[in-house]
Design a protein around this ligand. Structure first.
Ligand SMILES: Nc1nonc1C(=O)NCC1CCCCC1
Length: 249
């Protein structure tokens, strides 16, 4: 998947282009990131990229001409790469990103992601140049780079071939609308706490059922809202009822 990034701090994105699952996806050509820095479009001696807000008040905005210069080149880059991207802006005012949203974004014919800085961007640029605003949560960060990386990481996992064996995506808890089950690895005992026997049994069907029961139970305990919008099949209903009975006991 092709993603153009407009950012004043492109080097921050090494966190996803040089490490882990996303780094390997870039190496394998499954994920392609290209960067355009508004500072490269500054024409003054000080390479100014911010500007004062009309109406006064604290803080600055991203300078319009340098931002739009970078955006125009990103669009040209997308076109020459044969893509017709959606242009995304990250801000707390956007649509909340969730697994379904990541899955949806992964189907687009490329993305251009605009990472804001200072107090944001001119509203006329939002209206003219931005297709969609997205948010990673209700808190204010210092820039759009970390939200952009969160979004790119989440959607990259939905790109076919990115994950080692494809079922790890389907097993991801949010992938099937549940919280993840507990996980265990060596040693078998930590401070007197043993690994649940079922996980040592080698019985894959019992293990599958135990993990599903734990996911359902955890979701019931911690995020009951996630169960409200979900129809449980017969097995899931039985396992959750068992969990609830055991929890009440
Ligand atoms: N929360 C968020 N979700 O997506 N982005 C978020 C954010 O807090 N972004 C900060 C940016 C917003 C534009 C101006 C500079 C600071």
């Amino acid at each position: 998947m092709w993603i153009g990034v407009v950012s004043l701090f492109p080097e921050m994105f090494e966190a996803i282009t040089r490490h882990g699952v996303t780094g390997r996806a870039v190496e394998r050509g499954l994920l392609e990131l290209a960067f355009w820095n508004p500072r490269d479009y500054a024409t003054d001696r000080h390479r100014t990229v911010d500007d004062r807000p009309y109406g006064g008040g604290p803080g600055m905005l991203m300078k319009v001409d340098t931002l739009r210069g970078a955006l125009a080149e990103a669009r040209a880059g997308a076109e020459s790469a044969g893509h017709r991207p959606s242009v995304i802006y990250l801000s707390p005012q956007g649509r909340r990103l969730d697994q379904a949203g990541a899955r949806e974004l992964a189907t687009r014919d490329g993305l251009i992601v605009v990472a804001g800085r200072y107090e944001g961007i001119d509203e006329r640029v939002v209206e003219a140049d931005i297709d969609e605003e997205w948010s990673i949560g209700d808190y204010v960060l210092s820039g759009g780079e970390l939200p952009a990386m969160v979004m790119i990481d989440a959607l990259a996992r939905e790109v076919p071939g990115v994950l080692g064996h494809s079922d790890s995506a389907s097993e991801d808890s949010f992938a099937d609308g549940l919280l993840d089950c507990p996980h265990y690895t060596r040693p078998e005992v930590i401070d007197g706490h043993r690994v649940p026997d079922v996980l040592l049994s080698g019985n894959h069907e019992l293990i599958r059922r135990w993990r599903l029961k734990q996911s359902l139970g955890r979701t019931w305990l911690r995020r009951p809202d996630m169960l409200e919008s979900r129809t449980l099949d017969r097995e899931q209903r039985k396992l959750l009822d068992e969990f609830i009975d055991e929890h009440a006991a």
